[in-house]
Design a protein. Structure first.
Length: 258
């Protein structure tokens, strides 16, 4: 009788393992569908762009400008990555795109003119499918750590189309967007793919004038100015000003209102 029971137990284990495998695969395949049907994507608010160094508010820059995407305080994903399979993504898409409907692949949003944000270190690493810190148990909010500094250097080198874009951070479940935070920026890219020539600003910031003229070695000049006082041969130069800077990029000046 004991041997018969052992044989039955051994025959039952493969069935149990097969059933568990089926349940697991079913959850993996249908989990995103069930969640997407139950919870529509949520626009969770705006992000703020800060200078990567001193964390001051930033309204624009060029392709080399490093910036931090600051989420509202207390922002979290519905769950963590270890227990609940949530991931953190970045995106850069035209303002006409529906951010809530974005689907994410290995390197970022999938679709034409849809990109991830890239690190400011020019290592060509996209901020995609990032794991949250693990919680002690499942079902707890997933913490979002401050993303690394970004820049539009890679976007410039890829000759991104100038226009209006939405950039930000999203929480996804199996590539499906759950909630996101973003801000609108305006990109102006010169031909040639040079990050120095790309210009961007917040859509809420005023349009700005171009750079001051520069010499071939990158030094800025102001042409000498003479004020002539007196009559005839008695004319005397009152002031001569020559300013020479070492910075190869200047902060754009506000456009004068008419």
């Amino acid at each position: 009788m004991a041997r018969t029971t052992d044989r039955r137990t051994r025959r039952r284990w493969p069935r149990v393992l097969m059933a568990a495998t089926v349940v697991g695969l079913t959850w993996l395949l249908t989990g995103p569908v069930v969640w997407a049907a139950a919870e529509p994507p949520v626009d969770a608010g705006d992000v703020e762009l800060l200078e990567a160094g001193d964390r001051d508010a930033l309204s624009g820059g060029d392709g080399n400008t490093a910036f931090i995407v600051q989420l509202p305080e207390g922002s979290t994903c519905p769950g963590d990555s270890f227990h609940d399979q949530w991931r953190i993504q970045s995106f850069m898409v035209p303002t006409t795109a529906d951010v809530g409907s974005l689907s994410y692949g290995v390197i970022g949003p999938e679709g034409t003119d849809q990109h991830a944000l890239f690190g400011a270190d020019f290592a060509a690493r996209s901020f995609a499918n990032v794991l949250t810190p693990a919680n002690a148990v499942a079902g707890q909010p997933g913490r979002i750590e401050t993303p690394p500094a970004f820049s539009f250097g890679v976007a410039a080198e890829e000759m991104i189309t100038p226009g209006d874009y939405r950039i930000g951070i999203a929480c996804t479940y199996f590539g499906t967007t759950a909630l996101f935070w973003d801000v609108e920026v305006v990109i102006t890219a010169a031909s040639g793919g040079d990050p120095d020539e790309l210009r961007w600003r917040l859509a809420s910031a005023p349009e700005q004038a171009g750079r001051a003229p520069t010499s071939s070695d990158g030094r800025s000049w102001i042409v000498p100015t003479f004020v002539v006082v007196g009559l005839g041969a008695a004319a005397v130069p009152v002031a001569t000003v020559v300013l020479r800077g070492r910075s190869r990029r200047l902060t754009p000046l506000p456009k004068e209102s008419s």
